[in-house]
Ligand binder design. Structure first.
Ligand code: G
Ligand code: G
Ligand code: MN
Ligand code: NA
Length: 249
């Protein structure tokens, strides 16, 4: 409860910041987008991981406050990053409670308007499980976000129980392959075969495929050979503050 109170006060106290991790095009080797990842500097406990404070925020409406704050920071900071790399896109994670929030669409629209960011430069990441909790409701929210110009990604793909066929009926732009999948590349022929067919299906409906959690050059080589479009991971760049981002590679 104490930590939740601290978290509620964190945005106004300037304790929240965003780390950015490059999403790299596998043909050009250049970053085409960055994923914004929330960070919390607690005055007494130091850095608290989003793996801890995001689930805490998700227990209540607090996630909507934090989510809006994250969108505000990210859309402002990407403007400066685009001065260095003009077509750089931004992805931001959305929780299921944000997806269910009736003001989500105006909140997203306002954030892009205030920052002066074209809505198409913003991609919202939603996990499979968030969508599958209430697929009909998710479909209508995703359609509304798409209609206002935002792009949409499925995050952590391969960890849920949804079928790709079911997901492909949604208005999506990007499929992000979960890092547990990437970790099996090289050891498992099955993982390669499955990924190859996932990529083929995704491409058939014009989805960009991004592999997450790339930690080795060998995984990168396999992903290239499989026709994966882009990748993200410690091997390509760790999440860092905007000022420390290296956009040249
Ligand atoms: O860097 P990493 O430790 O950043 O993130 C841990 C988890 O927290 C990931 O599942 C990531 O998607 C999630 N996360 C990070 N930032 C945000 C955010 O702003 N909103 C939501 N909903 N999840 C986030
Ligand atoms: O759930 P989501 O995909 O949004 O979470 C992103 C999380 O993955 C963040 O915690 C980020 O720090 C972490 N991450 C990014 N790249 C790598 C990687 O190469 N290896 C591992 N183990 N984690 C990664
Ligand atoms: Mn993500
Ligand atoms: Na993910």
């Amino acid at each position: 409860l104490r930590l939740e109170q601290d978290l509620r006060a964190a945005p106004a106290l300037g304790q929240l910041w965003l780390a950015y991790q490059p999403i790299v095009d596998l043909r050009t080797g250049r970053a085409t987008a960055v994923e914004g990842l929330a960070r919390w500097n607690h005055p007494r406990f130091g850095a608290i991981s989003p793996g801890e404070f995001i689930p805490l925020a998700e227990e209540s409406d607090l996630i909507n406050l934090l989510g809006e704050h994250v969108l505000r920071i990210a859309t402002e900071e990407i403007i400066d990053l685009r001065a260095r790399n003009s077509h750089l896109g931004l992805t931001v994670n959305l929780s299921v409670r944000q997806l269910d929030h009736d003001r989500l669409v105006p909140i997203v629209r306002d954030a892009t308007l205030v920052a002066g960011l074209p809505p198409g430069a913003l991609c919202l990441e939603i996990t499979e499980s968030a969508i599958m909790r209430d697929p009909k409701r998710a479909a209508s929210t995703l359609t509304a976000l798409r209609d206002m110009g935002a792009q949409l990604a499925i995050d952590d793909f391969g960890t849920g129980y949804s079928s790709l066929a079911q997901l492909l009926t949604l208005p999506l732009d990007m499929l992000k392959i979960d890092q547990t999948f990437t970790a099996r590349l090289g050891d498992s022929r099955d993982a390669e075969a499955i990924l190859k067919s996932v990529i083929a299906m995704a491409h058939a409906v014009n989805l960009t495929v991004v592999a997450e959690g790339v930690e080795t050059e060998s995984q990168l080589g396999i992903l290239r050979a499989l026709g994966c479009d882009a990748a993200q991971g410690f091997h390509l760049g760790r999440p860092v503050a905007a000022a420390e981002l290296d956009l040249s590679t």
